[in-house]
Design a binder for this molecule. Sequence first.
Ligand SMILES: C[S@@+](CC[C@H](N)C(=O)[O-])C[C@H]1O[C@@H](n2cnc3c(N)ncnc32)[C@H](O)[C@@H]1O
Length: 349
Amino acid sequence: MSSTDVAASATKKENLNEFDQHYFTSYDHYGIHEEMLQDTVRTMSYKNAIMQNKDFFKDKIVLDVGCGTGILSMFAAQAGAKHVIGVDMSSIIEMAQKVIDANGFSDKITLLRGKLEDVVLPYDKVDIIVSEWMGYFLLYESMLDTVLYARDRYLVEGGLIFPDKCSIHVAGLEDSEYKQEKLNYWENVYGFDYSCFIPLIKQEPLVDTVNATAVNTTRSQLIEFDLNTVQVKDLAFESKFEVQAKRQDVINGLVSWFDIEFPVSKKGTKPVVFSTGAHAGYTHWKQTVFYFDNDLEAEVGDVLKGTLICAPDKRNNRDMDVSIKYDFVPKGPGADQRAVSGEARFLMH
Ligand SMILES: C[S@@+](CC[C@H](N)C(=O)[O-])C[C@H]1O[C@@H](n2cnc3c(N)ncnc32)[C@H](O)[C@@H]1O
């Protein structure tokens, strides 16, 4: 099979809604791809997972959902795939074609431009799906929906998805100085009162790197998804959490992160995993922080528990609505005065 002309798209951008147009345009520029490629935890995890499972890939038909610059397609081809199909809606696919040609993969990798949901693949079924679909707080961007569509439409019975397991976690954090800086700034901007911005700032989760020492409670897993079986409806979820203070400290809110796991070909082999938590190496996903209105005064062993509800936003399903109901349950002297219950609502966009 020879390289295709990626100038023609199966999807007309003008026909997409404004949110999807904006979403795919954000992946047109090389800058975002540079950031992803240079995220070595991310990219090397994919490379290792694919290379350590060459016996899975050998002579297989592989679909790369959202191929971007083509990096995962080339890993799959290097691992011995019979043929790789890379699909992307963004114009970056034109550069991917040049990369693939320059690296001698033109006969092994076919690129198709358009939404995965609209393109016609040259194969009825594929053996393996590779995709890097994860957004902030795992689900932001809702690209997992597309991977699940690809699974249901194209993956052979017993086919593999790289990666295939993921989980979201939370813990309490002390971040008073940064929280105050972020909010106080708007009280006096060049001598003007900009405080009308404060409610907006409060409702947006903060995506930033959190120092591991700022995490001051135990952790709690909110949810785990198995990509082999999960359904789109399961991606809107309600989960309980419970963490315990590890030291006498203020808890300003919750820090969240996700962990990723790839399949293994041989029983007893350790799967390739990576974490985007504060305890692990830097990734471009950083961590997502949900500040509470209340600052909780914790003693060792005090419990913070509650429920987190997460769903795609009704107006723009690539945005996410998150609401957190929490009860802080202190023990010991002054417990009654320190007990707090609250609710915080966030929009990730
Ligand atoms: C997070 S990037 C990953 C790029 C590349 N796989 C990598 O690992 O560097 C996701 C890519 O998927 C593409 N994408 C997202 N949803 C898509 C869809 N429904 N159809 C086609 N491409 C899609 C985006 O345009 C973007 O280039």
